[in-house]
Design a protein around this ligand. Structure first.
Ligand SMILES: [Zn+2]
Length: 256
């Protein structure tokens, strides 16, 4: 008697060969969240898996959880979209790798969240179609942090409550909120200055319906400020450097 057979839409976050013919893959699934599974015979089977179990692919899978809490068994996979450009185009690959790294280290196992799944699917689709990689990445991250419970508070100065956002506001990475120029302590290292325009467009990005999100276009200066804010905030939240971001940093700033 095995565990019940389950099915879900899924995105591949990581895959590696295991032995001669198997593959171990890390999936972000709509119904079961993130988990590791083994596809037996993936490198041999012509029908079930061939050309489907590739990094960033969007699939529908049938799977069985392991009784012992180990790897799940991937039984079948149907390809929705391979997102080929995310693997073949270096800029796209570098940007998608930042999302990959944040999801691999930043979210728990088997904690399904349809919104995180749908947002990530949106981002892969946009990165695959759209040349504005930094714009898509930053819109994705500001929404993802919100969904993970780390919503940046951009409504008012956390020090004095001043909600008339104007010049001189900065983002404090430790508190996840704004400080006006009167409340900023001299020499505080973890502040990123933000213009009122950047604050407004980031607030908008958190509220728009997902199907309208790709219409938001950050200006050059907003991209530069948002990139700095999100990179530093991610490092503070996850208490680690994001290697993929270090690698992609030059691309993200030149692509703007
Ligand atoms: Zn203040």
């Amino acid at each position: 008697m095995g565990a019940p057979e389950l099915e879900s839409d899924a995105l591949i976050l990581h895959c590696r060969d295991h032995g001669e013919s198997d593959k171990i893959i890390t999936l972000l699934t709509k119904n079961s969240g993130k988990f590791d599974g083994i596809a037996k015979g993936a490198n041999r089977s012509k029908k079930r898996f061939v050309n489907k179990l590739e990094l960033f692919s969007f699939l529908h899978i049938t799977y069985q959880d392991s009784r012992t809490g180990g790897l799940s068994f991937i039984k079948e996979a149907d390809l929705h979209t391979s997102f080929l450009r995310l693997r073949n185009d270096y800029n796209r690959y570098a940007t998608a790798s930042i999302i990959q790294e944040i999801l691999l280290y930043g979210i728990g196992e088997k904690e399904p969240d349809h919104q995180v799944f749908n947002l990530t699917l949106w981002a892969f689709h946009q990165l695959d179609q759209n040349k504005q990689q930094a714009n898509i990445l930053y819109l994705y991250l500001i929404r993802l942090f919100d969904l993970l419970g780390y919503r940046p508070d951009l409504s008012a100065c956390l020090g004095c409550g001043n909600s008339e956002i104007s010049r001189g506001f900065s983002f404090n990475h430790a508190t996840g909120g704004l400080l006006c120029n009167h409340c900023q302590m001299a020499g505080a290292a973890s502040l990123t200055p933000l213009s009122a325009g950047t604050i407004n467009i980031l607030k908008k990005a958190m509220h728009l319906p997902l199907e309208q999100l790709s219409r938001l276009q950050l200006s050059q200066s907003a991209l530069a400020e948002a990139g700095k804010l999100l990179h530093r905030y991610a490092r503070t939240l996850f208490q680690r450097e994001l290697h993929a971001w270090k690698i992609a940093e030059k691309l993200l700033t030149s692509d703007t």
